[in-house]
Ligand binder design. Structure first.
Ligand code: BTN
Length: 321
């Protein structure tokens, strides 16, 4: 109901009469008044009364499922799950996808996470104001072909953030987003497969958007936020929709357009042409990050000329070569 009232008020140019609104939503005027009080308590500034009519003056920085799904393709109708608080949107998305309640696509968005998960089992701080979402997809790709999906997610997220903020957003292999060397976003992709075939993928995006560094908790990584970098808030539903829409349309071009996608990744790279240390399976290897291979693997050559291609691992950036 809250969503429908806000949507109706936003659609209107001026004040909307209580009678009209109550009729349209199929509730009594007394019930409507109660809902208005509830919205005001939640931070919406609504002028007026049942007699004069209601007018929405400002809204809190909240992501509404209805606002978000109106910006997404029709297949997301009823497939956007928005919660105030999740343990982890990736965990919730997997539960919903496994039980058949979300699919073939779905989007789980939380205002905050209590158990946000990062790569390598790390904790991901997810206070109110950030962008924390998980996209469920069932792509027609082999498990091997799907290896580039996290890179695609990083490219579209970096491009969307750059467009929305004007910031120079770079990518540390495979999919960390950096602004002037500080991490602003991370991506955690999880795959459910059966007999070697993809059942579904969950692409979890965590973007420090309308929060300040101080709110991120005991993050030991060099991190930053969009708010700290620009001094203003982004329109979170619009930014989420931009990322998801671009991701889906580029995903449809895979595996055919993989080279095009990798070119876009290279254009935003903070990794290539630098000395890097890649830690994979408990082992560290230092050398120059030369390029990506055709499947998105990172090619590193050390001083002795030993060449290795990494499919997974963590990169620490050194100086430019
Ligand atoms: C990383 O860089 O380590 C990946 C961080 C991914 C965080 C996002 S927030 C939304 C989704 N839910 C999670 O629990 N994790 C991902």
């Amino acid at each position: 109901m809250k969503d429908s009232i806000v949507a109706a008020l936003k659609e209107a140019d001026g004040p909307v009469s209580g009678e009209l609104l109550a009729g349209r939503l199929g509730v009594s005027r007394a019930a409507l008044w109660k809902h208005m009080e509830g919205l005001r308590a939640a931070g919406y500034v609504i002028d007026g009364s049942p007699k004069v009519g209601y007018r929405l003056m400002s809204e809190p920085d909240l992501i509404l499922a209805s606002a978000l799904s109106s910006l997404l393709p029709g297949e997301f109708k009823e497939k956007v799950v928005r919660v105030d608080e999740a343990d982890s949107t990736n965990t919730l998305a997997k539960e919903l996808a496994s039980s058949g309640r979300l699919g073939p696509v779905g989007l789980v968005v939380a205002e905050s996470q209590t158990g946000g998960r990062g790569r390598f089992g790390r904790r991901w701080h997810s206070p109110h104001g950030g962008i924390w979402f998980s996209l469920v997809i069932r792509p027609r790709l082999s498990v091997r072909e799907a290896g580039v999906v996290p890179l695609l997610a990083s490219v579209v997220t970096a491009e969307a953030v750059a467009e929305a903020t004007g910031l120079d957003v770079r990518i540390k292999w495979p999919n960390d987003l950096l602004i002037e060397g500080k991490k602003v976003a991370g991506i955690l992709t999880e795959l459910a497969a059966e007999l070697g075939e993809i059942d579904y993928l969950v692409v979890g995006v965590g973007l420090n958007a309308n929060v300040s560094f101080d709110e991120l908790g005991d993050s030991d990584l060099a991190a930053t936020t969009l708010m700290d970098e620009t001094g203003r808030a982004v329109d979170r539903p619009r930014l989420i929709a931009k990322i998801v829409n671009r991701f889906l349309s580029d995903l449809a071009g895979l595996p055919k357009d993989v080279d095009k996608m990798l070119r876009r990744w290279r254009a935003r790279s903070a990794t290539l042409g630098r000395t890097v240390t890649v830690t994979a399976a408990g082992e560290a290897f230092t050398g120059e990050a030369i390029d990506l291979d055709s499947e998105g693997g990172l090619i590193v050559v050390d001083k002795a000329g030993t060449r290795r291609v990494f499919r997974a691992g963590e990169v620490t950036l050194g100086e430019r070569v």
